[in-house]
Design a protein around this ligand. Sequence first.
Ligand code: HEM
Length: 434
Amino acid sequence: MSVARHGEAVLSGDLARKVIDPHAYAEWDGLLDTFDAIRTSTPVARVQPDTPGLFDPFWLVTRYDDVMRISKDNAAFLNNPRPVVFSFNQAIEFSRAATGSNMLVDSLVVFDAPVHPKYRKLTQEWFMPRNLARLEDELRALAARTVDRMLEQGGEVDFVKEVSGPYPLRVVMQILGVPPEDEFRMQMLTQQLFGGQDKDLSGSGMDKMTPEQVVHIVAGAVQTFEDYFAALAEERRRNPTGDVASVIANALVDGEPLPPRDMAGYYIIVATAGHDTTSASTAGAMQALARDPAQYARVRADRSLLPGIVEEAIRWTSPVQHFMRTAAEDCELGGQQVKKGDWLMINYVAANHDPAQFAEPRRFDAARSPNRHLAFGAGAHQCLGLHLARLEMRILFEAILDKVAAVEPAGEAKRASSTFVGGLKTLPLRVTPA
Ligand code: HEM
């Protein structure tokens, strides 16, 4: 049993287990109940392991205002040197053994100033709406093909398998210059690297391996990524195309090209951050519409409602469920004394369901205004791809509204078991073509 510091609000036992148990994240209402209970009693709570050494204690932050404050103050709350995602000590040891670092890959999310702004600046412009506008025709064609393929299945479909999974994956692979024939390989490598907590999704069988085998596979996956993207970057240096892969390949930091590990890290963070997240919000939006036929009919008739639906779906699903920060100095937070070096979990699911900020937070309210949610984070690390995510979703739903007259649930939707990026892994629907 870890020893609590004097006067701390400590969370242990069942509530602490639920916060770090991937299976608890498969039960959405139960998860929201847990966060509501914690936010009300101990909005900043120290989470301790029951088994010593299982994980390092951390502060769980559940109030909207506190998550916002931490996100915006990157000098006081750092992304380095502890992992930016909740990790068991064994996973951190695997990472050290495989890569020599606490983090499997160095990327935007693990850098702090002064390195972070230099790397962020390289692609910031590329991800702004002005530049993304030139992707619109391509996205429209891809969205139309994806929806047509779904309708060819006829009647009942799994929306995740047919639409919300493949569409954002192709978008992100396209901007990274990965051809369709390599897409599956990239997805498998990502799963080996991040070892999916949900057995249905990971399919890697890594849960049955010895620690040595896991380290071997993870180290191999990192190397394969580095080699793949080094070759891609070489090609983009010879023939730049204007995609984000070309921007990264030709980028200079302090007058030097990116080292291979950082370059691979840049590609990997875009590939991984841009896929499951957008899938989860897309599936959530469709679930909300399928449950409310009147709302579906309203937005079919009035497309100006679509941006509100997209934004609310992103809040309502909050696919990135948390990130971690490390305190750079002692501070007071929610009545608790946080010490320099302490690890903190900023919980976006809890913050985006804080009734002090959102009236009836569990209700899907397409007209919610203002809707200043934290699903994309805030501050210096705020999601680089937020405009792309919104654009992708808007264009996909335009195609759906054009081509699908009505939609209704056709079975039980299931959520993934994952503490980090979460969302629906199946969404059975009955679709009626227009
Ligand atoms: C609905 C979809 C998405 C959600 C909910 C989401 C959410 C997030 C969150 C919460 C962060 C961390 C913010 C912080 O620490 O303050 C983040 C960072 C990031 N996201 Fe997204 N994201 C989405 C889509 C995308 C897409 C489409 C891309 C790119 C193709 C992308 C690329 C990134 C990158 C590169 C970062 C790291 C930024 C940095 O550390 O400077 N994301 N995202």
